[in-house]
Write a new protein. Structure first.
Length: 113
């Protein structure tokens, strides 16, 4: 099963959703702003992305610049920041089984289909 971690306010996330709708493969939508990640879920997604937590951070967001950019954070502290401020999470994230991509550009979704 495919899951898209989606933020309706983001044009790239809406593009990813449209891509999946056109793909005709069943998927679920998780609006992670309304239904936040648990720490375990976020760690699992990071592992499926095969990356470090900092890769999920929207570093140009004001919240990041004002509160975190000047600090030398551990991976765990970055995860905690993402949980506290889900708006900082890059989107959309698309997960299928044990693989995931940050779908920027949207065509990256093809890597896990």
């Amino acid at each position: 099963m495919i899951t898209i971690y989606h933020n309706n306010r983001c044009s790239k996330s809406r593009e990813g959703l449209c891509f999946l709708e056109n793909n005709k493969e069943p998927f679920t939508i998780r609006k992670y702003i309304d239904e936040p990640f648990t720490k375990e879920e976020l760690i699992s997604v990071i592992k499926k992305l095969n990356t470090n937590p900092i890769a999920l951070v929207r570093t140009k967001e004001t919240i990041w610049k004002e509160n975190f950019a000047h600090k030398n954070l551990t991976d765990n502290e970055i995860i905690d920041a993402l949980l506290q401020y889900p708006k900082l999470i890059e989107r959309p994230i698309v997960v299928k089984n044990n693989k995931a991509v940050i779908a920027r550009p949207t065509e990256k979704i093809n890597e896990i289909l």
